[in-house]
Design a binder for this molecule. Structure first.
Ligand SMILES: *Cc1c(COP(=O)(O)O)cnc(C)c1O
Ligand code: SF4
Length: 443
């Protein structure tokens, strides 16, 4: 299968319009195809030939994890929402009517979790810097305007609102000058994380316009440039045979030659993403630039909710010279019910997977929630005062003083997010809730 497909140097997305041109989809019953296209009106859908030909195991679809990762599924919408869209499609309703119904459903899917838009946008000279987020003291996120799509879309993506036009790319920044100036005024920032979408959908020339000013500014505090990407999984040719792949690697070398750390924050959901010749070749080339690959992904039901899958994923990463970094809990947005793994089960999967690997592969922290107050990891379950509790800890805090703080919550087998937990021993609230409310009121 792998060797019969030539390297593809030209990326071309396959979207809802082309759904029927995929032979395996065209072969499905008409009712199933209608359901798929109904869900794809509400949630983003995009794949490409590499995902279709080399990642998805069609003989295992629809249960195949990569199929679940990229293709809309009927269960992602509430039954009545799905029926609404299907009925409109069947009756050939006017586009405006369909659009209005779709928007209503999308707004019901908690499109802006964890106060991302209101809480994390920094200001400079009284102006909001829309293309940046600054939540944790050391790290600024930068969202280059042209990097706000991806080579394929993950069905569980928490950034889905921007891909369906609900968010109007509010994050997008055009100017890296502003970023440099902001960093100059905040020397406490050591890391810039360039993110999206996937900033590596950008041509190298455009990415260079983001990265080069950071190098030329010689900011004394800046130690690390991170680039968040899923290109290794969705389009590894970005690093091998794309026309500007060599130029991209050259840019990465320029960062490391300046004595800075270049981290590729690799979004890696499943070990299969590390098995293709194209992905292996891409990793080899990336490592030759001095870049460090750090891998992270959410734990997703039907995609990777199995300790063996995580153990294999971490082993594959270590074998190829990449570093396991985070296991996230799926965010409370979009089709969350479809993908949800309760915290208790997430912890059990994480712990079981950790036990199966050596210390080199135990570097991923998790299961971690990127919640409004910070990144909170579930460390364990323990008995205290005759009852069961979750032991939790701040890995990152909106207030830096919270980092490393541990706290207890009542054990709850069904809770899947921080706001579904109750403080231990009948306390009215967690220690961070009042200061968080005060911060929110100041805005
Ligand atoms: C995860 C995250 C970071 C980076 O955190 P590290 O623990 O340093 O990897 C920065 N900003 C935001 C908003 C994040 O969610
Ligand atoms: S690669 Fe990342 S940003 Fe893109 S769809 Fe997947 S989760 Fe979302």
């Amino acid at each position: 299968m792998l060797d019969s497909t030539p390297p593809r140097s030209t990326y071309s997305p396959i979207t809802l319009r082309d759904l029927e041109t995929i032979p395996q989809i065209a072969a499905l019953p008409a009712e199933t195809r209608l359901q798929l296209s109904a869900v794809a009106r509400v949630l983003p859908f995009r794949v490409n030939r590499y995902v279709l030909d080399e990642l998805i195991d069609w003989s295992a679809a629809p249960d195949d994890p990569i199929y679940q990762l990229t293709f809309p599924q009927p269960g992602m919408l509430a039954a009545d929402d799905l029926q609404t869209v299907i009925a409109l499609l069947r009756s050939g309703a006017p586009a405006a009517e369909l659009e209005a119904a779709v928007r209503t459903i999308q707004r019901g899917l908690n499109p802006h979790p964890a106060g991302q838009i209101t809480l994390n946008v920094p200001t400079m000279d009284g102006r909001a810097l829309r293309g940046m987020q600054h939540k944790y003291r050391e790290t600024v996120l930068f969202f280059p305007a042209q990097g706000q799509t991806c080579h394929a879309y993950c069905t569980y993506c928490f950034r889905w609102p921007q891909f369906v036009g609900l968010e109007d790319l509010k994050f997008a920044a055009r100017e890296s000058e502003q970023l440099v100036e902001y960093l100059r005024r905040h020397p406490v920032v050591t890391d810039v994380l360039v993110t999206g979408g996937d900033p590596l959908v950008m041509r190298t020339a455009a990415l260079r316009r983001t990265i080069e000013p950071l190098l030329e500014a010689r900011l004394p505090g800046l130690t690390s440039i991170r680039i968040g990407t899923k290109a290794l999984a969705y389009w590894p040719y970005r690093f091998t045979t794309d026309p500007d792949a060599d130029d991209l690697l050259r840019l990465f070398e320029e960062v490391t030659e300046r004595g800075m750390h270049l981290a590729l924050m690799v979004h890696a959901s499943h070990p299969r993403e590390f098995e293709t010749p194209a992905a292996i070749a891409a990793i080899r080339r990336l490592r030759s630039t001095g870049a460090v690959l750090r891998c992270q992904a959410p734990l997703i039901r039907r995609v990777n909710d199995d300790p063996r899958v995580w153990a294999e994923l971490w082993r594959a990463q270590v074998r190829l010279g990449a570093v396991p970094y985070y296991m996230f809990v799926e965010r409370d947005t979009g089709p969350k019910e479809y993908f949800k793994v309760p915290l208790a089960r997430a912890l059990a999967i994480y712990a079981d997977a950790q036990r199966q690997v050596s210390g080199l592969a135990r570097t991923a922290r998790g299961p971690s929630m990127s919640a409004t107050p910070g990144k909170v990891v579930v460390d364990g379950v323990l008995e205290s005062g005759g009852t069961m509790h979750f032991s939790l800890r701040f890995l990152q805090g909106r207030d830096p003083a919270w980092v490393g703080r541990t706290f207890l919550a009542e054990y709850d087998e069904r809770a899947a997010w921080l706001d579904e937990l109750r403080p231990a021993h009948g306390a009215p609230e967690f220690f961070f809730q009042r200061p968080l409310r005060e911060q929110q009121q100041q805005r």
